[in-house]
Write a protein that binds this ligand. Structure first.
Ligand code: PMP
Length: 455
């Protein structure tokens, strides 16, 4: 396949940047005026935007976002999965309004009946019998990691290179030379050297996992069922089963984070692929945009935790380090109940997955037509292309295929044609409101952008 002409790419990117700046004066003005915000944005990662300043949101509904300059976009970013149910779905609006306005009491420190409803629903979907709630997937991971250490009496967490599990200290690690574990580049001031808390392995490489587990100091393997934060890197046949078998053999827990891979189906990859986690983590999407997160425990993990807490050795009730004041609050649970019960239904997943297949086929057709050395991976309702072919097998291979200039060009080219892709990568997610016309609009815009690269 013929490589990309870099000078042509640079010229096209400059054109897209100029078009973006010309089309978005109001967003640019608001950004320039945000002098009291660190980095000019509410959270520093919002500067990950190819046009030099972010679009400012005016309003959003379903699969549509309208910015302050009056442009309406087909939104395939969907809040990097947090809006997988679509923006402000009716059922969630109603539940949130009822709880917050009519009944009142978002943060009373008291449980509501919604919690058991959501717990039972999560059990039906993801198989774990016992649940606790948080307000983010990051916190669910943090607290579940503590419980995994407590349950096993072991200090370390095994993670895969270029995985992402939120701002969790243990997870910013890569496999180094000779079985060592090193810090991931860019890791902000780690509290201790990462090899004190972590063993890193290579995705799709069971030998690297076994070598790490042989030290018998790993409390849990923390993983997604597919890497989704360095493009999508799918597991090869037997890899997930191998992780389960190795975890059991070496006395580690298998902790599965389905915050993104929930896109695989109504019961996530865990149910779609028959995985058997000991601990399960989810967040983002299940509250329909209201802060939420959850972790599920097997009976055996819950029993081990309870043995340590009832002996007084560890405290999960007061200030022992698990929980947050607003975790499990009534508003968050009302949102989860409505979103899971009425929006992210089995029928919705069926439609969303069919649309992601249509999206994938559209991209594949253009890649073939223009002979581009790229690949696309689909995981249920999400699909993502990467600038390398064949598709990467490991996080390291996927990281090596990063191309900032191409990334910026594709994002801006889509944005200037009314399509939003996830800023951090080239991910497209379908929500219950996404239509076949939305997907076809992307297919046409994508074709136009890659045709320009080749002409
Ligand atoms: N787990 C995974 C797999 C994620 O991709 C992310 C965020 N992208 C998180 C956890 C953390 O989610 P949050 O930032 O909402 O806490």
């Amino acid at each position: 396949m013929v490589p990309i002409d870099r000078s042509r790419l640079a010229a096209l990117l400059a054109d897209e940047q100029a078009a973006y700046a010309a089309a978005n004066p109001r967003s640019q003005e608001l950004y320039a005026a945000a002098g009291n915000l660190f980095g000019r944005v509410p959270m520093t990662w919002m500067n990950k935007w190819s046009g030099g300043f972010p679009l400012y949101l005016d309003h959003a509904r379903g699969a549509r976002i309208t910015d302050v300059d009056g442009h309406t976009y087909v939104d395939f970013a969907l809040g990097d999965t947090a809006a997988m149910a679509g923006h402000s779905p009716e059922a969630t609006i109603k539940a949130v309004a009822t709880r917050y306005a009519d009944q009142g009491g978002a943060t009373t420190m008291l449980p509501t009946a919604d919690a058991q409803w959501v717990g039972a629903e999560l059990t039906a979907r993801f198989r774990m019998p016992l649940w606790s709630f948080s307000l983010s997937a990051t916190d669910a991971n943090r607290w579940a990691i503590r419980l995994a250490r407590l349950a096993t009496g072991r200090p370390k967490i095994l993670v895969f290179g270029y995985s992402y599990h939120g701002s969790v200290d243990e997870a910013f690690a890569l496999a180094g030379p000779d079985g060592s574990t090193i810090s991931r580049p860019g890791n902000v001031a780690p509290p201790v050297p990462v090899d004190l808390t972590t063993r890193a392995a290579v995705w799709n490489d069971l030998a690297s996992v076994e070598a790490a587990l042989q030290h018998e100091d790993v409390a849990a393997i923390l993983t997604e069922p597919a890497l989704t934060n360095i493009g999508i890197v799918l597991p090869e046949p037997g890899f997930m089963a191998g992780l389960r078998e190795l975890a059991t053999r070496y006395g580690a827990l298998l902790m599965i984070d389905e915050t993104h891979t929930f896109s695989a189906g109504w019961g996530g990859a865990t149910t779609a692929w028959g995985l058997e986690p000991d601990i399960f983590v989810i967040g983002k999407s299940i509250g329909g945009g209201i802060s939420c997160g959850a972790y599920g425990l097997s009976e055996s993990v819950a029993g081990a935790v309870t043995r340590h807490t009832s002996s007084g050795e560890a405290d999960i009730i007061d200030v022992g380090g698990v929980g947050g004041t607003l975790a499990g609050n009534a508003l968050s649970l009302a949102a989860m109940r409505a979103t899971l019960g009425e929006v992210l239904t089995p029928e919705a997943f069926e439609r969303m997955i069919a649309l992601a297949t249509r999206f994938t086929e559209g991209v594949e057709a253009s890649l073939a037509e223009f002979g581009l050395p790229w690949s696309i991976a689909q995981l249920g309702a999400r699909a993502e292309y990467r600038f390398v072919s064949p598709a990467p097998r490991t996080g390291e291979e996927a990281a090596a295929a990063a191309d900032d200039e191409l990334d910026a060009y594709m994002h801006l080219a889509m944005c200037n044609r009314g399509i939003l892709m996830t800023p951090f990568h080239n991910m497209a997610l379908m929500c219950p409101d996404t239509t076949a016309e939305d997907v076809d609009r992307h297919t046409a815009a994508f074709r136009e952008a890659v045709a320009a690269l080749r002409s």
